[in-house]
Design a protein around this ligand. Structure first.
Ligand code: SAM
Length: 480
């Protein structure tokens, strides 16, 4: 069976690949790449993704290394015009034969992976003239999937799930229970955490048992798991876990890690015991937990009242090491403070001739000042501060100076004022060394806007029977 592209995407894109198109930092769009066949008779090129950054035929995105930059193409919509069954107004295309129009971009990502954004009302839309934008094509990962997936519910985001998976000790080979599945954001992250990377099914270990009681969400999620080739590693059950628990056909999944994203986790907890909480002597009772391993749980609840109820139920059911964490995630935005260079790095925007001239003039000025500064610094190491040519230059100089012995006049440091590797600072778009354009500025969000949820963690120690004790005692005899 094929391995999921979320686990092993390969090196290059292929026909049929699920690709995540990164239009801008926070604008990600999932797309299944299609062969350039005549199937999409609207476009001569086959399937095309239209964005505000231009048009991107699938054919230009197939067979390229993941992470590639894809340039926009001029799309020939000639055949589309002729084949378009919809009767178009004369005024739509100024009476010309066939539309030369490239349909205006969709600015929002589609709610589901787009086969092709084939907007039949395009003829009535604005013409996007010269397209010179670009996008990046990314392999599917849980992180980009979380940012682009079709939302059916609130989802768990990366800062929360990365911490949760670490705390519940999800690792290659683990068996994990999750409820409810919702939109599958946590599911994708957890399956990668438990996948052990072995190529054959027999050797492959690690499994996620996921539960969802909402029928439509269950079906959508099942479809998605199949499309993502995750069916073998995720077992999805349509069930109300409060009443139905976590067994699979009456058998234990033998889980050791549990994540509950449910409105009332305390109502599901009694199923996650080692013995029947109402009748500990019940021999027929089957626990969903691995008897040989401690179980680590996390419940995810937005309200503190839910936390109180969960903690109380955990205490009564023998869970230990109970604690609560709230992930307060702050984004930092790092950018380069351009020193008057009007080199627009915005996507899709051509630098005009005027900009380039200005940029070159400014560059020459910077370079001159830089050389003067370098010459001065050669005379005196200590004259480095007070020049505003960019923090990066200063930083570099300081770093290099640190390497030698400066104090006590033991050794005069030879300062090479050229960057260690100029190529690495070159920006292909403008040809201007990045380090000359200004210093890096980092700004944190002024306030934390979002409360996600409270995370309650706890551990249920493993079973310890007389036989376990005897086996341990023979291996590690008690001395004395
Ligand atoms: N963790 C998910 C994600 O990252 O995409 C989101 C989960 S969503 C907030 C909660 C889900 O729990 C909903 O889809 C809901 O239908 C499901 N749910 C609620 N009560 C349930 C129950 N008793 N048994 C199973 N699923 C339940």
């Amino acid at each position: 069976p094929k391995i999921s592209p979320f686990l092993e995407p390969g090196k290059t894109t292929k026909v049929g690949s699920l690709a995540i198109l990164q239009l801008s930092r926070d604008n990600l769009q999932p797309v299944y790449l299609q062969a350039p066949s005549g199937k999409h008779d609207g476009y001569a090129e086959g399937a095309v993704v239209n964005t505000r950054y231009g048009s991107f035929p699938h054919s230009t995105m197939i067979g390229v290394p993941w992470g590639s930059q894809i340039r926009a193409s001029k799309v020939d919509t000639g055949s589309r015009g002729r084949n378009n069954k919809r009767k178009r107004n004369k005024s739509d295309d100024d009476g010309k034969e066939g539309p030369a129009a490239i349909p205006e971009a969709k600015t929002e990502p589609e709610s589901t992976p787009a086969e092709v954004i084939d907007d039949s009302s395009a003829a009535t839309k604005k013409v996007v003239a010269d397209v010179s934008g670009f996008i990046h094509i990314l392999p599917p990962t849980p992180e980009v999937w979380t940012s682009s997936l079709p939302h059916r519910t609130q989802v768990v985001y990366t800062p929360d799930y990365s911490y949760v998976l670490h705390r519940i000790r999800a690792r290659p080979g683990s068996v994990l229970i999750e409820a409810g599945a919702g939109s599958g954001s946590f599911t994708h992250a957890s399956v990668r955490a438990v996948y052990n990377g072995y190529p054959t099914e027999a050797e492959r270990k690690g499994k996620v048992y996921s539960f969802e009681f909402h029928e439509q969400r269950f079906h959508k999620m099942n479809k998605e798991l199949k499309e993502h080739n995750l069916g073998g590693l995720v077992h999805l059950t349509h069930r109300d876990v409060y009443s139905g628990g976590f067994l699979i056909d009456g058998k234990s999944p033998e889980a050791e890690a549990i994540f509950l994203d449910l409105p009332a986790p305390w109502e599901a907890l009694h199923h996650l015991s080692r013995r029947n909480p109402k009748n500990p002597g019940d021999k027929d009772w089957v626990s969903p937990l691995n008897p040989k391993r401690s179980a680590h749980i996390c419940t995810f609840s937005p309200c503190i009242e839910q936390v109180t109820k969960t903690v109380s139920a955990m205490r009564r059911l023998g869970w230990v090491g109970i604690d609560m964490v709230e992930i307060v995630n702050r984004k930092y935005h790092t950018s380069r403070e351009r020193v008057g260079l009007n080199l627009s790095m915005d996507r899709g925007v051509n630098n005009s001739a005027r900009d380039v001239d200005e940029a070159l003039a400014r560059l020459t000025e910077i370079e001159t000042r830089f050389r003067e500064h370098a010459a001065k610094s050669k005379e005196s190491d200590d004259e480095m501060d007070g020049d505003d040519d960019g923090g990066l230059i200063k930083m570099r100089e300081k770093k290099e100076l640190k390497g030698g012995k400066r104090r006590g006049g033991e050794k005069k440091v030879k300062v090479d004022h050229k960057p260690a590797s100029p190529e690495s600072f070159e920006t292909p778009a403008s040809g201007v060394p990045l380090w000359m354009e200004g210093r890096l500025i980092t700004r944190g969000e002024p306030e934390i806007k979002t409360h996600t949820s409270y995370l309650v963690f706890a551990t249920l120690p493993r079973e310890w029977t007389d036989q376990d004790e005897a086996a341990a005692a023979s291996r590690y005899p008690v001395v004395g």
